[in-house]
Design a protein around this ligand. Structure first.
Ligand code: SF4
Length: 357
């Protein structure tokens, strides 16, 4: 449901329906009063996000421990925080700082709003003064206005405005004052206080500024912001899954690429080794051939040397033989027709016959 589709009456109805939905979960009862205005201011600070009985105990001890609120004002933060701690007050130090700051400015400011003189007619003046001069959180101011001045409006401050904006009842902060007027119309002071406390509790406990717990919110079905956040969260999950899948695919591809590269490198290394091996074998073969050629060469040289030597030995023998053959040829030429006897015997026919016998 968009704000544009709702008129003032529709916005009021929607806010009241929202309050009814939430009232089962939060206590919207306004803070008790019966104190002086200054004391009620300190009480509202102590009771913020704390049970009233604890705040009441702390106020009692502050009053009994110090001569007056002026003395509390000039005390140290730790002194005040110690008393708050004794009553188990949530965030004692920030609250002690708020108490001292509020009291100091109230007592020292010459243009101060006189709290004890305040009436409901001056509630707006008190609201502005407490916001700007005392620097108090808006829920503390609202509690004071409701409990001390019977304030008749439902304040659309930061937390309540944020909640109503997320519900689509106002488009921006500049329209908060106008929305406050619209939603306050027709409410009694007590209804306004109750509605504020319920809406503010939901805004600060569930619909927080930074991280609203839409999954646990009872207003989720009627909340455009909650729906948009859910859709965005689902889209983010889809995107994250896509990114994770893309990362897985990229990782698989990278692993495959590395594997192929490793195989390629391994093959290249094997080829290199094979080539080196082949080269080594070729070189060994070449060396073997060279060795054989060398051996052959040596053998040839040896054979030649032997032949030369043999020839050198054969020459004197031939000469000698030649020399021995010369007398025989001479004898033949002389007519005996016989070769001289190597023993020196004459080659006669009688000598021959005698040798045969
Ligand atoms: S659904 Fe979310 S954004 Fe809407 S009111 Fe609830 S917590 Fe706030």
């Amino acid at each position: 449901m968009s704000k544009a589709s709702l008129d003032a009456s529709g916005i009021r109805k929607r806010v009241r329906a929202t309050v009814r939905t939430l009232e089962r979960r939060y206590d919207g009862t306004p803070l008790k009063n019966g104190r002086s205005s200054i004391e009620q201011l300190v009480y509202c600070i102590a009771a913020r996000q704390n049970p009233e009985r604890k705040a009441a105990g702390a106020i009692r001890d502050l009053k009994s421990g110090f001569a007056g609120w002026n003395e509390v004002r000039v005390s140290s933060v730790l002194e005040i925080a110690d008393i708050l701690k004794q009553h188990d007050i949530f965030q004692p130090i920030p609250k002690a700082e708020q108490i001292i700051r509020a009291l100091s400015r109230t007592f020292s400011d010459s243009h101060k709003v006189k709290f004890d003189e305040l009436t409901r007619d001056r509630a707006e003046e008190a609201r502005v003064y407490m916001t700007r001069k005392l620097g108090l959180p808006s829920p503390v101011i609202a509690d004071f206005l409701f409990s001390a001045l019977n304030y008749g409006k439902l304040p659309v401050d930061e937390p309540v405005g944020r909640l109503l904006q997320r519900l689509g009842l106002v488009s921006n902060k500049l329209d908060f004052p106008k929305l406050e007027k619209t939603v306050s119309d027709g409410l009694t002071a007590r209804e306004a206080a109750t509605a504020y406390r319920i809406l503010e509790s939901h805004a600060t406990q569930i619909c927080t500024e930074r991280d609203p717990a839409c999954g646990r919110c009872v207003l989720f079905q009627d909340c455009p912001e909650g729906q948009a956040r859910k859709a965005a969260a689902e889209q983010a999950v889809i995107e994250a899954e896509k990114a994770a899948e893309a990362a897985r695919v990229a990782a698989r591809e990278e692993a495959l690429r590395l594997k192929l590269e490793a195989e390629k490198a391994k093959k290249a290394e094997a080829d290199k080794l094979k080539k080196a091996e082949a080269l080594k074998k070729a070189e060994a073969k070449k060396a073997e051939a060279a060795k054989k050629a060398e051996a052959l060469k040596k053998a040839e040289a040896a054979r030649k040397a032997a032949a030369t030597k043999k020839a050198a030995h054969a020459k004197p023998a031939a000469k000698k033989a030649k020399a021995g053959a010369r007398p025989a040829r001479a004898a033949r030429r002389a007519g005996t027709g016989r070769r001289p006897d190597p023993g020196g015997r004459p080659h006669t026919r009688a000598a021959g016959r005698k040798r045969k016998r």
